[in-house]
Each structure stands twice: as C-alpha cells, then as structure tokens.
Design a protein. Structure first.
Length: 405
C-alpha cells in the first residue's frame, strides 16, 4: 500500500469529482458525432427515394451526438451552480476488510428535508479489440447504497458517510485493459438542476484493516427501506403465507425501449439484405436485433409470484400466459444467495438489478426474487423472505446466512 497514491489522482486523502472532465468529454463527443453525421443526414431523403433504406442507420449518430451535447449543457449549468467538489477521505485510503468513509462540503442551503443518496461500487473495466473496434465493458461486482448524514455548516452542508467493506473484494488498480476501480456517487434531488457527482476513490488492502473516525452509522443501516415500490414488487400476507408479486410492468420503459431498438435493427437488417443481396450482414445485424427484441418482450411479458411460509417456498413464473412452477421445503434450503442479475450504464452511473436465489441440498437454484434495483431494495426483500421462511431466527439466530456474490 506504500505506493497507493501512484495509482490515481489522490492527494492528501482528497479526491475531486470528474464533473469538469465530463463537460469537455461530452462536448467534444457531441460535436464530433453531430458533425460527422451531418452530410449523411442531409442525404437521407434522396437515398430513401432511391430505395436505399440502409441510410437510416446514419440517423443513430446525430441522436447520440445531440444527447451528448445536452449532457454537456446540463453539466455546465451544474458546474456553475455547485462548483468544484472534493471528498475528504477517512480513513486514507479506504480499507478492504475495514471502512471506506469521508465527507463532502457543498454550497447547498440546509433544510431538514434534504436527502443525499450515496452509492459505492467496486467495478471491473475490461477493454477488448483495438482501434475502431476497441470497446470497454464496465461491470459492477459489488455495490452498497445508503443515505449520507447531513449537517449544516457556514458554507452550506456537510455530507458524511461510512461503508463496511468485505475482505474478499479486489483493491483499486492502475488503468489497464482489465482492471478494478472503486466509484463513489452522491445524488441529491434539488429544485432545478439536481446535485450529482462521481468520484474514483482509492480502496486498498492493508496489513491491519482501518476504521473510520467519523461518528456516523454505516451506509447499509442509514436508511432501511420501509416499503417496496408497488410497481416493482407487491408484498401481501395471505392465508397461504407471505406473497411477493412482481408485475409485468415493473421495468416497463426498459422493456419497451429494448423491444423497439431490437425491432428497428431487424427491419434495417432486412432492407439492407434485400437491397444488397448480402446475407451475412442481415443475419448478424438482424440477429442482434432479434435477441434484443426477445429480451424486451420477455421483460414486458413475465410476472413472478413467490409465496414464502415457515414450511418452504413456491414460485410461479408466468410468461405470456405460460406458467412455470417450482417449490422447495424449508428443510431442503441450504442458504439464500444474492447475485447481480443484470446491470445498465446510464452516464457515469450503473443501475444494478439483484436477484435472490434459494439454494437446495441437491444443487437446485430457485429464483425467489428478481429485478430488484439497488442494494437497499434487495436488503428489504431479503429480510422479508428470511423473516417468513425462518420466523424463529430472531430467537435462535440459526437461520442460514445470505451469501452475496
């Protein structure tokens, strides 16, 4: 850990956000995509009149460019409103098997209704290909959410936070084609432009795990959820037990967009193949679109009903009217296993969706909860499942523990 400061731009335990860099990156990206695509966009009417429907693909570039320009404008307004932001770490650096903590001072007028969401991600970034075919995939391997402790100070507010870091996670690494980084995100809903900042922070192994001196609770315990969103999961008690119902519209927008984009790819692939006579491109392009459309339809067309009692669990998956049922007695269940089912990148943030499985003695894995966005909702649902399956746990403490991958 002696050279931890050489890995990133971390000085004296202070970390600046990437807000200013985001302004320039999004501006350059937007100008480049919009400018490059302009000749093609102007040629679209004539090309369609000549039967060249493949030209429609050009329209994707200005859409991406305009989105980047909009992000740049928003980032400029946010920078003028909040200025430079800097996290002061405690301990320095964050400690694997110990604590990651710190505070952030912001020029926001204090009031009792302010709520600052804080998220810490451990991410793996893997780059494949080279040149024009170069791409980087970001995957979250661990995430924890909570609410920062806010106190008034003369210049605005101070937001303090503390995370308990498991001892089996990778430490921060230097940028390469395959490396790990830790990302801290703070978000606060405000009139006008919301406060949103991301910080690449140092988290390292140390001979003795370090603890924070901040007098605040851990993020996991800072804001336990009191009720799950009805559009994601409805939890009701019945004569059959505790029933968890996940409706078909729980991720409506994601399902619609995935279906629409996939369908567009299929249509474009078809017309390109029909015009050119080439079969390879339509199969590859249309095949990707077909997979996306099928995933979108699955998201829109499935419901999950999980019934949990002290005797066991029963799940019913309904996909466009086709029912699949699985069940397990409590004595068969070895443990509960939380995993990241899917994730989606939106700007610098990662939306992580958890699933909770029941593992049985004979090796079966039964999904009892899915599409739970964020660790707070996953904590809430897991506690409900555990309480219904092992109601005597509070008295005996002998229920199997949740395993988080």
């Amino acid at each position: 850990m002696n050279n931890w400061q050489d890995i990133g731009d971390w000085k004296d335990g202070r970390v600046r956000s990437g807000a200013k860099a985001l302004i320039w990156v999004s501006l350059l990206f937007g100008v480049a995509f919009t400018g490059i695509s302009l000749p093609g966009v102007l040629a679209v009417p004539d090309e369609i009149a000549n039967g060249n429907f493949a030209i429609l693909l050009v329209l994707l570039f200005p859409l991406v460019g305009l989105g980047a320009l909009a992000l740049s404008v928003r980032s400029i307004i946010a920078w003028r409103k909040f200025g430079r932001t800097e996290v002061v770490l405690d301990p320095v650096p964050g400690s694997i098997g110990g604590d990651f903590g710190g505070y952030l001072d912001i020029g926001i007028r204090w009031n009792r209704d302010l709520k600052m969401d804080v998220t810490l991600d451990c991410q793996n970034l893997r780059t494949t290909g080279s040149g024009k075919n170069r791409s980087t995939k970001t995957s979250v391997i661990w995430q924890r959410q909570g609410i920062a402790t806010i106190t008034p100070i003369p210049s605005g507010i101070r937001c303090e936070f503390r995370f308990d870091i498991p001892d089996d996670l990778p430490q921060s690494e230097a940028t390469s084609r395959d490396y790990h980084r830790w990302l801290l995100q703070l978000e606060c809903d405000l009139p006008g432009i919301d406060f949103t900042r991301s910080f690449v922070v140092p988290v390292f192994h140390s001979p003795i795990p370090q603890r924070s001196s901040l007098k605040v609770g851990y993020a996991k315990d800072s804001a336990p959820m009191q009720q799950a969103p009805d559009n994601v999961v409805r939890i009701n008690e019945s004569s059959q037990g505790l029933v968890f119902y996940y409706p078909w519209y729980r991720h409506l927008w994601m399902g619609i967009m995935t279906t629409v984009v996939g369908t567009i790819f299929v249509i474009v692939g078809y017309f390109v193949g029909k015009q050119s006579g080439d079969i390879l491109f339509p199969i590859a392009f249309g095949g990707i679109g077909g997979v996306c459309a099928m995933i979108g339809l699955y998201v829109l067309g499935n419901t999950l009903t999980t019934t949990v009692t002290s005797q066991g669990i029963r799940i019913v998956r309904n996909i466009f009217g086709i029912r699949f049922q699985r069940k397990a007695a409590r004595g068969e269940i070895v443990r509960l296993d939380r995993r990241i089912g899917s994730q989606m990148q939106t700007g610098s943030s990662m939306r992580v969706y958890y699933a909770i499985d029941a593992l049985t003695r004979n090796g079966r894995r039964i999904t009892v909860a899915d599409t739970l966005e964020g660790s707070r909702l996953a904590d809430f649902v897991e506690a409900k499942v555990r309480g219904a399956l092992w109601p005597e746990h509070d008295k005996t403490g002998d229920a199997p523990e949740l395993v988080m991958d």
